[in-house]
Design a protein around this ligand. Structure first.
Ligand code: NAP
Length: 278
């Protein structure tokens, strides 16, 4: 990589950021595509977010935003994508020649593309159980509805948060399940883990998939160097599963396309996180 005075600086802004694989994924992509950019992770306090985002974008750069700043980032934008408007979260930003700050939430596109790669098509007609009600769950819910799911049931530890997500994004194809016991006689084509359970190797699975009448497939949004507890639970229940690495690659590819206006070198990005191409 040849860093010069014209190199564009793209950053990951969040706190903590040390666990993120985005620098490996994006720098591999920049190199494979031969674009003049460098991607670095910067631990950033909430009060510093506005300065970083506006300064970087005006300097021709941009970046990603991660926990806990995605909602604040959405409020700072001059131009919001449909995904930002509907989820209230921004994970990708860049500037334009008039100095305006643009943002998108590529977790939505990333989830949709990873889902298609996993199930081999869209989610038309599917009945889905979504675990969680944070930022990742909001992106997954919008993605599931846009991919044509028939019905999405949401279960979250904090029920009020699930209700708020269902109200904001869900419409009449979404229902909140108040207690896990209610799921015992239910069948789903797909179960998605969008909680943060599994980030630590010792976390329990957010759900024992054996309690369900049937689960067709299980998709974890968590990724790491370990087999995630949700994927382990799926394997124990004989359910086909995947972890969050393909979504990481796909949301990164969508971000790359926003910054560079060209297709992302997806195979190089997959190789950087050890995902076998589909
Ligand atoms: P978030 O907004 O903080 O939401 C966390 C979610 O996890 C909430 O639903 C929360 O429930 C639940 N949770 C936390 N601790 C729990 C526990 N002990 N028991 C049960 N539920 C618990 O975080 P987020 O932005 O949605 O991110 C969630 C995970 O998705 C992160 O680990 C992140 O790495 C992953 N993610 C992956 C990708 C990817 O590209 N693969 C993209 C985005 C996010 P409460 O509402 O009850 O607190």
């Amino acid at each position: 990589m040849n860093v010069t005075a014209t190199t564009r600086v793209l950053t990951l802004l969040g706190d903590p950021i040390s666990h993120s694989a985005s620098p490996e994924v994006q720098n591999a992509a920049f190199q494979a595509a031969g674009v003049d950019g460098i991607y670095v992770a910067v631990r950033c306090a909430s009060d510093d977010l506005v300065g970083f985002m506006k300064g970087l974008a005006r300097a021709g750069g941009g970046g990603n935003v991660t926990l806990p700043h995605k909602e604040k980032a959405a409020s700072l934008l001059d131009v919001r994508s449909e995904a930002v408007r509907r989820t209230g979260a921004c994970n990708t930003f860049w500037g334009d020649e008039e100095g305006r700050l643009h943002g998108d939430n590529t977790d939505v596109d990333g989830f949709r593309r990873a889902l298609r790669a996993f199930i081999g098509g869209n989610a038309r007609g599917m009945r889905v159980l979504l675990l969680g009600a944070g930022g990742a769950a909001r992106a997954a819910l919008l993605g599931l509805l846009e991919e044509g799911s028939d019905e999405v049931l949401i279960f979250n530890r904090t029920q009020d948060r699930a209700r708020a997500v269902a109200r904001r994004i869900g419409g009449d194809r979404t229902r909140v399940v108040p207690v896990l016991r209610e799921l015992e006689r239910e069948s789903f084509d797909l179960v998605v883990n969008a909680t943060r359970l599994g980030l630590d190797t010792n976390d329990p699975s957010p759900l024992d998939l054996k309690i369900l009448q049937r689960a067709g497939a299980a998709m974890d949004l968590i990724y790491g160097r370990h087999v995630t507890p949700f994927v382990r639970s799926a394997e124990a229940a004989g359910v086909r599963s995947t972890d969050g690495r393909e979504m990481l690659v796909q949301q990164g590819a969508a971000s790359f396309e926003r910054w560079w206006g060209r297709e992302a070198p997806i195979d190089a990005m997959r190789a950087a996180v050890g995902v076998v191409g589909t």
